[in-house]
Design a protein around this ligand. Structure first.
Ligand code: DAH
Length: 347
């Protein structure tokens, strides 16, 4: 009868018990509800009672059992809400998988471009995404009413007619604007690349997007030549796409370079034989370049009788597309993990 005489004390114990530790709550459960616990002992003694007392004690023991069960449930619920560490957790269970993340392909390629030019002694410079007409067009030799301004569909924040070079505010359509910013601040020799986001008012499709990334290059010094431009871009191409890659230049037009060219690389898929990626030409277009127009040097305070320079601009998405064989620009912006996870090993 030892346990039965303490029934009221047990009831008090159970209702006053409290803890925020899983191991203590578990000990409480085992102490009362375990196989050799208090409730089991109480029931074991119960059958020795005289029959007329059994009903009363039976009810009391059941009440105690329910009290312990609900107290136990309450404390556990509070605990999981508190996110306390469970002292009794099964430490042999495998951990929850944590995806450690991966760099976006655009970041991977941008960093690779930066590293290649860094090895050639180029610094990195940046400029604002919200620009004025002066830096995006005028100081790059785009005349006020020249159709060259229509080459790029511009998102204007403020637009005046006629053009007001400092009041017309827009999202930069190319990173060539950073050339101007650098020339304003720095005297030659200048050897810099400018990675950044650019914006164009384009309908979004597999081949065009209104936001993309460019890397601009600028080298100004005494006796900078077109031959140096070619050699620099050949080095870049072979570092980026492999030592067997060839380049070719086609004459082109940009207002800020004279002469201007577009550069193609030999097709990465067919090596120049012709396939549907290079549209059976054997070549893939990757960047624009040229010798900095003397007008641009002069407008930006650099003496074109002493200095010459070359410049180039490339699209980062385009290079990543060629390198990873990505066939839809929109994939870059959707942030679909099934796409992004494929670059996890490239960190
Ligand atoms: N800014 C040009 C574009 O967005 C690319 C470019 C072409 C940049 C020739 C240059 C260059 O610096 O010399 O299409």
């Amino acid at each position: 009868m030892e346990y039965l005489s303490r029934l009221d004390d047990f009831t008090k114990d159970a209702s006053s018990f409290s803890s925020v530790r899983y191991d203590e709550i578990e000990s409480f459960r085992i102490r009362f509800l375990g196989k050799k616990g208090i409730i089991a002992e109480l029931f074991a003694e119960f059958k020795n009672l005289p029959p007329d007392q059994r009903r009363q004690y039976g009810q009391k023991i059941n009440t105690l059992k329910k009290l312990v069960q609900s107290r136990h449930r309450q404390l556990l619920k509070k605990l999981s809400g508190n996110k306390q560490v469970h002292g009794n957790d099964d430490l042999t269970l495998p951990g929850d998988p944590v995806f450690s993340g991966s760099h976006h392909p655009v970041s991977i390629i941008r960093n690779e471009i930066i590293n290649i030019f860094f090895r050639l002694g180029f610094s990195v410079s940046e400029g604002p995404e919200i620009e004025d007409d002066l830096h995006v067009f005028t100081k790059l030799n785009f005349p006020p009413d020249h159709p060259a301004r229509d080459m790029q569909d511009t998102f204007f924040i403020e637009k005046n007619i006629p053009v007001n070079v400092t009041k017309d505010i827009l999202l930069r359509t190319h990173t060539s604007s950073v050339q101007v910013r650098v020339m304003e601040k720095q005297k030659p020799p200048i050897r810099t690349i400018s990675p950044g986001r650019v914006f164009r008012n384009e309908a979004i499709s597999a081949r065009a997007h209104c936001i993309f990334h460019q890397v601009e290059g600028l080298y100004i010094d005494i006796d900078v030549s077109f031959a140096q431009l070619k050699q620099t871009l050949l080095y870049f191409t072979r570092e980026m796409f492999g030592s067997g890659t060839d380049i070719r230049f086609r004459p082109s037009f940009f207002p800020f370079t004279e002469p201007s060219a577009e550069m193609d690389i030999s097709c990465l898929l067919c090596g120049g034989k012709g396939c549907n990626v290079c549209k059976y030409t054997g070549w893939l277009e990757i960047l624009g370049c040229g010798m900095v127009d003397p007008n641009v040097l002069e407008t930006n305070g650099i003496d074109s009788n002493i200095f010459t320079g070359f410049a180039f601009g490339m699209g980062v998405e385009r290079i990543a597309m060629l390198k990873y064989q990505i066939n839809d620009l929109r994939l870059y912006f959707e942030n679909d993990l099934r796409f992004l996870e494929q670059f996890a090993t490239h960190i």
